[in-house]
Design a protein around this ligand. Structure first.
Ligand SMILES: *Cc1c(COP(=O)(O)O)cnc(C)c1O
Length: 414
């Protein structure tokens, strides 16, 4: 659980072979539709399935099972690429990495005591490049785009995905065309500009940005990297699940509380757990997966409570937690499936509760969380009151980004 002091990202260093029998192979098989099951060859880039649903990467798990052990992951690699065999690229030369992933799991003992929970851990994703977990997905997706020779990528983003994409595209020499809400955090806008992205401001929420992007006359010349409209961002994000398993000695926690917007983190982790179970690295026991949203934008919570399989568009959404200001997630049916399969839940929290939780986490752990991350603590308090989290549970909260990216929004805390 302790982060090593020295971590050099040096692409000239040849990392030792890590497979049992020194074989370097690609175990990435194909892409499969999450709805109709159609499969696609990864030889060329893909967006959605013809039926309109997201595609997931599939691996030769049977072959991998023969070759890979829990401890054969590359211990020297402290990034998501530690798990290369389970990612779409293996060749170091093709990987676009800024050292994303392998973030610490920090014990929040004081908060645990206060809330009367056996053990509370915070997965601190603010320690990623560009200070959010979005870096994980962008490393995988931009690496694949570069391999395919893609020159232009477009994306609608509420913020953190925009700066992460900007950084990885700068490294990969790919042009990034990003549509952001005009109310984007100035810190994040600055990052995008510094990295040299083409930024368009749009009135409204991320859904309006997506519409503006699709109506742009150049849209057809760009590769669309929208959440779940492209299959590799989720591959990067599933590594959060691998890391949790490895950091907890291959025993998953009882509860994972995740601030849910597009849902890729949640869906990705669930996919990751599936793969680990098929490999025999973890047993059947899964965490209860819990989505937290703001009362100002809670389409998943509403659909969960109503027992629906898909969510409804949330009109006039508003929250300081911009990363979870997603009125309608493309993968809503996948999120809801994970919540139910895991016997989890969904809760919404008030804006004041989010602000208060920022201080609570900061003052008790030394982590300065983003509003989305703070929402998970506010959610946990509610869940504990309702008896949905119990005293003997091991609970993991996700702090998905740094509070420093929200200075303007968090002025009331000054
Ligand atoms: C994007 C984002 C989220 C939502 O993530 P999903 O995995 O798409 O649900 C949460 N927190 C922050 C800080 C984000 O940037």
């Amino acid at each position: 659980m302790i982060r090593p002091l020295l971590f050099i990202v040096d692409k000239s260093i040849k990392v030792d072979y890590y497979l049992k029998n020194d074989m370097r192979e690609n175990f990435f098989k194909n892409l499969k539709c999450t709805l109709c099951g159609a499969s696609y060859s990864p030889e060329k880039p893909h967006n959605l399935c013809q039926c309109g649903a997201p595609l997931f990467a599939r691996y030769e798990i049977g072959e991998l099972k023969k070759k890979l052990e829990r401890n054969s992951f590359d211990k020297k690699n402290l990034s998501i690429w530690r798990y290369k065999e389970l990612l779409p690229l293996q060749d170091e030369k093709e990987i676009v990495s800024l050292g994303e992933g392998f973030t610490p799991l920090i014990q929040a003992n004081d908060l645990a005591e206060e809330l009367k929970i056996k053990k509370l851990l915070i997965k601190d994703e603010s320690q990623n490049p560009t200070s959010s977990f979005k870096a994980r997905g962008m490393s995988a997706a931009v690496s694949m785009a570069k391999k395919y020779g893609i020159k232009d990528i477009c994306l609608p983003s509420a913020g953190n995905a925009a700066s992460a994409l900007s950084a990885y595209c700068a490294e990969a020499k790919i042009a990034a065309h990003i549509f952001v809400p005009e109310k984007i955090e100035p810190e994040i806008l600055l990052e995008c500009r510094v990295f040299g992205s083409d930024i368009r401001k749009v009135k409204g929420a991320i859904s309006d940005c997506a519409n503006a992007m699709q109506n742009d006359r150049n849209y057809k010349n760009w590769f669309d990297l929208s959440t779940l409209k492209e299959p590799y961002r989720i591959e990067g994000k599933k590594t959060m699940g691998y890391e949790l398993a490895e950091q907890l000695n291959w025993k998953l926690p009882d509860v994972i509380i995740y601030p849910t917007g597009g849902g890729t983190g949640l869906i990705g982790m669930w996919k990751g757990f599936d793969e680990l179970e098929k490999l025999g690295f973890i047993d059947k026991k899964r965490p209860r997966m819990i989505s937290v949203q703001s009362e100002g934008c809670a389409p998943i919570v509403k659909a969960f409570q109503q027992g629906k399989e898909i969510s409804e568009f949330w009109e006039n959404s508003k929250t300081i937690a911009s990363g979870i200001n997603v009125p309608k997630a493309l993968g809503d049916f996948l999120i809801l499936k994970v919540l139910r399969e895991s016997k989890g839940s969904a809760v919404s929290v008030k804006e004041e509760e989010i602000l208060k939780s920022i201080k609570d986490i900061s003052q008790s752990t030394g982590i300065f969380p983003c509003p989305e991350g703070a929402a998970t603590l506010a959610g946990l308090k509610k869940l504990k009151q309702k008896g949905l989290v119990r005293e003997d549970d091991l609970v993991v909260l996700f702090n998905t980004a740094s509070g420093l990216k929200y200075v303007n929004t968090l002025k009331p805390l000054l």
